[in-house]
Design a protein around this ligand. Sequence first.
Ligand code: SAM
Length: 381
Amino acid sequence: MDDEQEQQGLVSVLYSVHEKLRLKKRELKADTEWQEAWESHTSDHATLQEYSKAMHALATKIWDPRNKNIPVETDSRPKCFKSSSNNLQSVKLKCRLEWVLHCCEKYFSVDEAKEGVTLHSEQSSKLKLLDVGSCYNPFSKYGNVFDVTAVDLCPAPGFEESIFRCDFLCLKVIGNGEVFTDVTISQFEYDQISVGSVNYRQLNSLQAGSFNVVVFSYFLEYLADPKHRLESCQKAYKLLKPGGLLFILRPDSSKVTPGGNTRLIKMLKLGMVLLGFRRVYFEKLEHLWCMAFKKETEEYISASIASSFFKRDVHKIGIGNIFDDRTRLHELFYISQDLKEITSGNLQQGVSSYSSNKTEGDDSHNLLEVLPGYDDSSYND
Ligand SMILES: C[S@@+](CC[C@H](N)C(=O)[O-])C[C@H]1O[C@@H](n2cnc3c(N)ncnc32)[C@H](O)[C@@H]1O
């Protein structure tokens, strides 16, 4: 079997799991029914294991060899970071993991210290990183920089000892955000469980304010429900220390997204501001979008929401009412598949129900009405 065939086989395993979940989500309109369906999915060990095995093989056998970084002199694509003052441009990053590493090295370096950022050098020698949907613990190879806590619904076979089994949606966040400097693995509360013949460490809770970095690498796309994506970002906010970074890496689906990808990215950026984040790094790599969001202070967020720049974007996207009606906030966390279903008329929940409630003279719009006409060309960051 050649590389291409192997890749197709592995991708089809992943795709079928995503599709089944999305189909279920479309069928089950009530949140309670969907909750049951999600629980049934998370207890389907055979499917979860097949998925994690395929994901591990895809990432390490197909992607990694292709994504070796290349010297920037031989690369005609845009620079890695927007800032011209960084010294990281001697290589062009192709690998998502290295992108995260380089951003962290830059952001948390003492030279770049900014007010409100909790520097790792003040506390311990390593940055505490939570990898959600880790699958095969890829960040463990940067053990000199990161103290990794890896969690997954089902760690890939062979990674049961280094990755906690955990449904991030069910994870409890303990405490009210006071900063913990010395949380070590031994202090985590977990249960030793067996599923079939496999032993796992099941993680049920984590302390608020205990991580410098949280990573969602291809994680949000697994979640069929935009409300789950919203909840996950809210949870990441609680788990981060002040000034900490949430990385969101998502596949480039511009070819299949109605109207292109940039509006989804803009929507996410606005949604994240409303949760208390500011986007600090942003780059398009060959097959994915990489974004890093800083956990901001309330003052900063209020000021940016009040800014004319923010209002202009809100106006363009047509989400004015989301400020008054936070029950629609999850709409900003749509992914490409949601838009496809909206445009094909399959996704009724939220969008259409909002539409029917709209009163005359209401100047906020339904995303469905506004998005097809949204002007992608004006997107410049
Ligand atoms: C596409 S894989 C990404 C793997 C890895 N992060 C990477 O970048 O290669 C998505 C992973 O998220 C995990 N996952 C999905 N929902 C989850 C949840 N609610 N809690 C924890 N892990 C979850 C899946 O089991 C799967 O391993």
